[in-house]
Design a protein around this ligand. Structure first.
Ligand SMILES: Nc1ncnc2c1ncn2[C@@H]1O[C@H](COP(=O)(O)OP(=O)(O)OP(=O)(O)O)[C@@H](O)[C@H]1O
Length: 258
């Protein structure tokens, strides 16, 4: 489980995350939502020990992330939005290296890697011989997801996880997340794809300008705000109203100029 108390991060004069407090119990998939620049990635980086908070605490399954970042990393998996990998390694070399960092032997890692490959329909020969720099975006994403889940973490953080995955892989991955949650894992899912969040997540947290605006069951929040859909609730709360009319005006202006 995740317990966040007063988490705050400043970059110079700007407060990227302000006084964030939230509890996420085991078995829950919480969708972290917010417009560009709301502070979602900064929050995930603090929760995974990649950034030190200026104030507040984040506890992962009883371990304080700032006080014991290595201990916390043993318990968590992170799929970052950048999806960066060591491009000069083969997929297998990269995954075995990640496994070794978590103390998993090659003997132990290989069958686990094979399970993920079968699931994602990736070819073992490609993984063994091709450098990651030559993988397609979707293939890299599958390797990054495998790397994040290889050590069977109790808490999983995902930043735009479906980015680059084809429709089949995305459907499979969503089902995998639901299975992991049923097994008692805690999952934080940050995305802009609201209909996916609505389907996959049992809780949502909406951030704006570094602050948590609302948090709870998506259906209940939509009803409470009489929004109809999560997408409408999001635009209501984040102040982006009359978007369609604005888009039409903008398109008309473009047409006049050309
Ligand atoms: N390393 C940094 N140095 C300075 N400012 C930063 C840094 N990282 C983030 N910020 C600022 O903090 C704010 C929150 O950024 P963050 O990346 O957390 O937002 P986000 O909600 O993930 O946005 P997006 O949906 O666009 O990915 C932004 O205004 C951003 O410019």
């Amino acid at each position: 489980m995740i317990s966040i108390r007063g988490l705050t991060k400043r970059f110079g004069p700007q407060t990227a995350v302000e006084d964030l407090t939230m509890e996420v119990p085991p078995g829950i998939i919480v969708g972290l939502l917010g417009p560009n620049g709301a502070g979602k990635t900064t929050t995930l980086k603090m929760l995974t020990g990649m950034l030190k908070p200026d104030a507040g605490t984040a506890i992962i399954c009883g371990v304080d992330v700032a006080a014991d970042p290595i201990g916390a990393k043993r318990l968590l998996g992170f799929v970052p939005d950048s999806g960066a990998v060591y491009e000069a390694l083969t997929g297998l070399e990269f995954l075995l290296m990640v496994g070794a960092l978590y103390g998993i032997s090659e003997q132990e890692a290989k069958p686990r890697i094979r399970q993920f490959l079968d699931f994602f329909e990736l070819d073992w020969n490609t993984l063994e011989t091709k450098l990651l720099g030559a993988y397609s975006k979707g293939m890299k994403r599958k390797v990054v997801i495998t790397a994040a889940l290889l050590h069977n973490p109790r808490v999983v953080f995902l930043d735009e996880p479906l980015d680059g995955l084809d429709a089949n892989a995305a459907v499979g991955f969503k089902a995998l997340l639901e299975t992991l949650a049923r097994e008692g894992k805690t999952i934080v899912y940050s995305s802009h794809i609201l209909d996916v969040v609505e389907r996959v997540c049992n809780r949502v947290a909406i951030m704006v300008q570094g602050r948590l605006l609302v948090e709870g069951d998506p259906g209940a929040l939509v009803r409470e705000h009489q929004a109809g859909t999560l997408e409408h609730l999001f635009t209501q709360l984040t102040g982006l109203t009359h978007l369609e009319a604005r888009a039409q005006d903008f398109a008309k202006q473009l047409m006049v100029k050309h």
